[in-house]
Each structure stands twice: as structure tokens, then as C-alpha cells.
Design a protein around this ligand. Structure first.
Ligand SMILES: C[S@@+](CC[C@H](N)C(=O)[O-])C[C@H]1O[C@@H](n2cnc3c(N)ncnc32)[C@H](O)[C@@H]1O
Length: 368
């Protein structure tokens, strides 16, 4: 899809899906941070848009603000919203909507009109680091039409602060289309934070190229930005083509759990399909009924012949598979333990424990 030229444009199904994820995740995030003893935390929407779509639907800045308003009684901290929009006409519309929205004094909202994300983020980070030794946690939503204006250095810098998170739209279709264009070289260097993307130019197979570029960005987040948990989600459109990836980076296990919860609760429609795409071997589609057989295979493959604990299995499920902490007990461990012959033995089962129950995280398990 070419980037729209008008001030306001039509909301496409793929953006609706992204908004749904953002909304669901932020519903958890604002409450966790709002009750986490922080005086203040910050929400940056680096490519904010006009805040409204052509049929009146909310844009991402309004979605974030509304979530914070809906949960204001559960939020003790102040929130500082920074919305950056480089097109003055779009920023103006956004400002008008914000001016009509009542909010508590402890929520500060600023639209950086006609400014660029990189510049504003740099200023913001300089300011918070000079003001305090304990900078506020930040969630940065980075949602460009393409790739220019998103320097990896900024992402890296945000993730260098404690308790910060990023959600980046990786516009695969656009990136792939322009990857060999010489005039885009500097922009791609900046976006990827490395020159390695050039190797993609000679990769002929579309699937291989797709995977290469996706993996490169994920690796950059993990290795160069030192992000502990990186997960990526693939949006396929109704033609079954990769539209974009969302890269989520966090150093918080709780954040990771909440993002997965947001993903698994998404109602996939015929118009789009969202999958966890972190591992090419595990492209798992989010659906009402998770593929428990796949999770079972993954658990067996990882732990077969070993003695482990419920807590370790859970950590594996959450951090190394697309599945959730709610998916492995009754649908994986229980059938393994109760099958005949059993596929799992509880080594230190206390007297009176009901087989198939794993509330004690220290239970020692042997996967047979
Ligand atoms: C994909 S749209 C954002 C949509 C919005 N996040 C939403 O979900 O409702 C990208 C927006 O970024 C703006 N933009 C483009 N380059 C920018 C830059 N370097 N800094 C800030 N905004 C930019 C565009 O004018 C456009 O409104």
C-alpha cells in the first residue's frame, strides 16, 4: 500500500489489527506501571498520525490516551505522552482532538508538530537523563509508513534505559520493494543499525529474503540493543502475503506475558492473520484454540530425559515459544502424566497431590 497523501485516510484492516494489539497491551501496561511505585512514566508515539481515520476511528495516540483515561482510578503515577508527527496538517488535527479531551492534571500531553521522531526522541531522552538518576519507564510505539526516520541508534538508546519497551512496525513489503535502491542505502543503514542488510539484495527467493531481513532486525535488537526478550509477530493480509511484522522488545518477563496475552486474545478475521514469527520453525498462528500438539512436541524436545521443575518449564514456554503460561499445564503436562504409558513422572509428588495438577512450581518433573 502506498503511503496516503491526505491528512486523514481510511483505516485498513491491517492497521485495525495493530490497534487492537496496542490497546490490549496498553490496558495491562498502564495498570502495571501505574501501580508500580513510579512517580511518572512516559508513552511516546513516534509516528503519531492525525489521531483519527476517515470514518471516525481512533488513531494510535487517542487509543493510548483513552486507555489511560479508562484506567485512571487504578493509576497512581503521572503519565507523560509525547506524540510526534512531522506533517503539520496531521499534527494540527491531532492537537484539536486532544484539546477536546478532558484529562487529569497528572497526564501531560505534548504534540511535537512538524518534528521528526529521531530528533524529538533524542531531546526527550537527553532531558530525562539530565533531570534524574531514575528516568521514567517508557513505552515507545514506532509506527512509520516505511523505514526512513527510524534510526536504530534511537531504539538502542531507548532500550538502554531501565523498564523501557518498544513496539516497532517493520514494514516488510515496503522495505523489500526498495532494498536494492541505491538512494536508500543510508536510510537502510540507519534503520537496521548495520550494513548487513545489503546481503539481502542478492537473495533471490522471496521467502528467504523475507526471513533474512526479519531475522536481521530481531538479531540487532537482541545483540546490539541488548534487549532481553524480543518477539516478532507477522501480519499476513487477505492475499496471504506478509504485510508487516511487529517487533516487541522488553526486558520485563511480565511485559512479555502481557504482550502474548494481547496477541492470543486477538480475534483473527478473514482479512488478516497474525502469527508469532520469532522462530521460522514455529510460525504459530494466534487462534482461539492454540496448537497444543505443537507445544507438547516443543516441551518434549527440550526436556526429554531430563529432570526439571514446573517453574523451568513455564519459563521455557513463555520465553522461548509462542505459547503462554496458561497453555502448558492442563493441555500438555497433564495428558503426558496421565497417558498410558506415562510420558511424564512427578519425582517429588507430595502425599495427597492429585495427578495432573501443577500448582506447586517446585514440583520436579521427568519427561520420559
Ligand atoms: C503509519 S502512520 C501512523 C499511524 C498511527 N501510528 C496510527 O496507528 O494511527 C505514520 C505517520 O508518521 C508521520 N511521519 C512520517 N515520517 C515521520 C517522522 N520522521 N517523524 C514523525 N512522524 C513522521 C506520517 O506523516 C504519518 O502520519
Amino acid at each position: 500500500m502506498a503511503a496516503p497523501k491526505t491528512t486523514i485516510w481510511e483505516l485498513e484492516p491491517h492497521s485495525r489489527a495493530k490497534h487492537e494489539i496496542l490497546r490490549r497491551y496498553l490496558q495491562a501496561w498502564v495498570v502495571i506501571l501505574g501501580q508500580g511505585g513510579f512517580r511518572e512514566f512516559a508513552y511516546i508515539d513516534g509516528f503519531a498520525g492525525p489521531g483519527r481515520y476517515s470514518k471516525g476511528e481512533d488513531g494510535s495516540p487517542i487509543i493510548a490516551l483513552k486507555v489511560a483515561l479508562e484506567h485512571q482510578t487504578r493509576i497512581d503515577s503521572g503519565i507523560s505522552f509525547l506524540f510526534v508527527e512531522n506533517r503539520p496538517d496531521r499534527a494540527e488535527v491531532l492537537q484539536e482532538i486532544l484539546d477536546e479531551t478532558d484529562r487529569p492534571n497528572r497526564y501531560s500531553v505534548r504534540v511535537a508538530k512538524g518534528s521528526k521522531f529521531d530528533d524529538e526522541a533524542r531531546k526527550f531522552l537527553d532531558e530525562i537523563s539530565s533531570k534524574s538518576k531514575n528516568p521514567p519507564p517508557i513505552f515507545a510505539f514506532i509506527d512509520p509508513f516505511g523505514w526512513s526516520g527510524v534510526s536504530f541508534k534511537i531504539v538502542q538508546r531507548i532500550m538502554g534505559f531501565p523498564s523501557c519497551e518498544v513496539l516497532v512496525t517493520f514494514m516488510y513489503e515496503e522495505i523489500n520493494r526498495f532494498i536494492g535502491h541505491p538512494e536508500q542505502e543510508d536510510n537502510f543503514d540507519e534503520f537496521f543499525g548495520t550494513t548487513e542488510w545489503r546481503d539481502a539484495i542478492t537473495i533471490q527467493g522471496p521467502a528467504q529474503r523475507n526471513r533474512f531481513l526479519h531475522d536481521l532486525y530481531g538479531r540487532q535488537l537482541r545483540e546490539s540493543a541488548k534487549v532481553r526478550y524480543v518477539r516478532s509477530f507477522q501480519m499476513r493480509n487477505d492475499r496471504d502475503v506478509t504485510d508487516y511484522y511487529l517487533f516487541y522488545g522488553t526486558n520485563s518477563l511480565l511485559g512479555l506475558k502481557k504482550m502474548k496475552e494481547a496477541m492470543w486474545r486477538l480475534d483473527a478475521s478473514g482479512e488478516f492473520r497474525f502469527s508469532d514469527a520469532t522462530d521460522p520453525q514455529q510460525l504459530v498462528l494466534f487462534s482461539k484454540e492454540p496448537q497444543y500438539d505443537l507445544l507438547k512436541d516443543l516441551v518434549i524436545k527440550r526436556f526429554q530425559g531430563l529432570e526439571t521443575t514446573v517453574a523451568v518449564v513455564e519459563e521455557f514456554v513463555v520465553t522461548e515459544t509462542p505459547f503462554r503460561e496458561t497453555h502448558y499445564k492442563t493441555q500438555v503436562l497433564k495428558p503426558l502424566e496421565l497417558s498410558n504409558p506415562p510420558g511424564l513422572l512427578v519425582v517429588n509428588s507430595p502425599a495427597g497431590r492429585r495427578p495432573g495438577t501443577y500448582s506447586d512450581r517446585n514440583l520436579r518433573l521427568r519427561i520420559l
